[in-house]
Structure formats: C-alpha cells, structure tokens
Design a protein. Structure first.
Length: 280
C-alpha cells in the first residue's frame, strides 16, 4: 500500500500528485496560452480534486503562471502549498539566463510574493545553481529570506548528488526537483539521498514531456491494459510506488488530462508490475 501524502519539510502535508503550471503558458513557457479563463478553470478544478501542492516558477511566462495562480485561487485554501522558483531570467522563448547573485534572488523572491499575494512562500526553489556565484552565497541569500519569514522551506532544482550533500552541510533543504521518470532515471543517486534525509523529490518531466502519455508507446500497453489505465497514469503510478519521497506534479492546460493524471493515485501496482516496468 502506498502513502498518498508526504510531509514537506516534516510538517506540511501534501498529496503526492500535485499540479505543475508550466503548461498554462505558451510554447517554450513564454507568453500566454489560450484563453486565460481556461487556465483559471484548470487550476480551480485541480484544487477541487484535492490537489494540495501547486508547483510553479517566476519565469513561466514570465510572471504569468504565478499571476494565474493568484487570480484563480486567492485567498488560498488553508491546506494549499505553493512552491515557486527563482534564479533564472528569461529574455525569450528559448533564452534562459541563470541569475544567482544574492541581490537577484532577493528581488525575484519579493516579486513572487507580490504576484502570489502572500507574505510567505511555502517552498522556494533555486531553479539553477549559478556556477559564477559560490553556493554558500546563494543559499545564504535564501536563508536570510527564510529568517525574515518570506520563505518557509528551501528547495533545489537540477543538482547532482555531490551538490546536494554540499548544500545539506550549509543549510536545511526540504526538496529537490530533478528530471526523473520511468525512462530517465539518471538521478537515482539523488533520489537515494532524498530518501536518506527525508527530502521531497519533485520529478520534472514525470511523463517524459508527454512521451509516456502517448497511447502508441507500446512497452506500457500490457501493464496498462491489466489495470484499465492509460500509459500516462501508469507512469505516474510507477513514480508513486518507486519511492515514498517522490511527489510528481504533472502539468497540463487540459481539464481532461488533469482528471486523468489525478486518477493515477488510485492504481495499485503489484511487485510483478513493478518488476516489468523497472526492466523497461
């Protein structure tokens, strides 16, 4: 039996399928996508279905995803945890610039607070470590924001096991967000460290950027058919069974796909199912 909740930071309970907001913005996470009302409706439906973790970033849009969250959900339900990210500046659909100087991180965090209309961000994730800035300065800036009550917990995005060990020696870390899914398990060593330290692992691209949700992807067919599930549901269920610290937050701009993704929590995979999937 899997546990369908995780205690983020040891104190904030979140359901283990959250909702990611990148797909609420345009191609390349740039600009708006479709009608604003559709995005607002998807966010509200996610919360109606029991989602308690919304994962976003200041550069989705940029700014658009955070503004949509506030428009759709503020004032927020008491049990809703919002995770956002800073440390990357966008200048176009394919232009990403790492920006980890302390003054940049502070300005980004304070801008996210305003857009989200909150006094404290539950989980603030460093979107990328800046190789030009010492790690202790970047984490020191987030620690200062935490001491001021503007951040509750600190997370890291796209890091190695060695970097995570170093970060843990400098400050408290509540979560990691690395790419990880059924067909991309290169962060297994990071996952192991998260298990050892009780950190949430929020896998990005949990459906391999849609590849695992494609009905034509035959390796999943036999197991999916046994459960009356789609390939995407099976891929999410595999994550939930793979480790109790994995907390996927698949994103979509479609209300139908949202329902499908959230229903994955109902699947119960046997040891034989897991072996078959692990061997892919």
């Amino acid at each position: 039996m899997i546990n369908d909740t995780f205690l983020l930071g040891g104190s904030l309970p979140v359901r283990r399928i959250g909702f990611g907001t990148a797909q609420l913005t345009g191609a390349g996470y740039w600009g708006p996508r479709g009608e604003r009302g559709e995005a607002v409706g998807v966010l509200r439906r996610a919360v109606e279905r029991g989602v308690t973790l919304i994962d976003t970033a200041d550069n989705y849009g940029p700014d658009i995803a955070e503004e949509l969250i506030a428009d759709a959900l503020h004032p927020y339900p008491a049990d809703l945890v919002i995770a956002t990210k800073g440390g990357v500046v966008r200048t176009g659909a394919d232009a990403w610039h790492i920006a980890g100087r302390p003054e940049q991180l502070r300005a980004m965090c304070e801008a996210s607070l305003r857009r989200l209309r909150v006094d404290t961000i539950d989980l603030y994730q460093l979107h990328r470590l800046d190789p030009r800035v010492p790690m202790d300065e970047q984490l020191g800036a987030l620690d200062a924001l935490r001491r001021e009550g503007k951040i509750r917990y600190i997370g890291l995005d796209t890091i190695t096991a060695e970097q995570l060990e170093r970060a843990l020696s400098l400050t408290g870390i509540a979560s990691v967000q690395n790419r990880f899914n059924l067909i991309d398990r290169l962060s297994d060593d990071v996952l192991t460290l998260c298990e050892e330290h009780g950190l949430a692992f929020l896998p990005w691209f949990p459906l391999a950027n849609g590849a695992l949700a494609a009905e034509s992807w035959s390796p999943l067919t036999a197991v999916a058919d046994r459960h009356g599930a789609t390939g995407g549901q099976l891929a999410l269920a595999w994550l939930l069974h793979r480790s109790p610290v994995l907390v996927p937050a698949p994103g979509t701009g479609s209300a139908g796909h949202l329902e499908e993704n959230l229903d994955a929590v109902r699947l119960r995979l046997s040891d034989d199912d897991m072996k078959e999937l692990n061997d892919l």
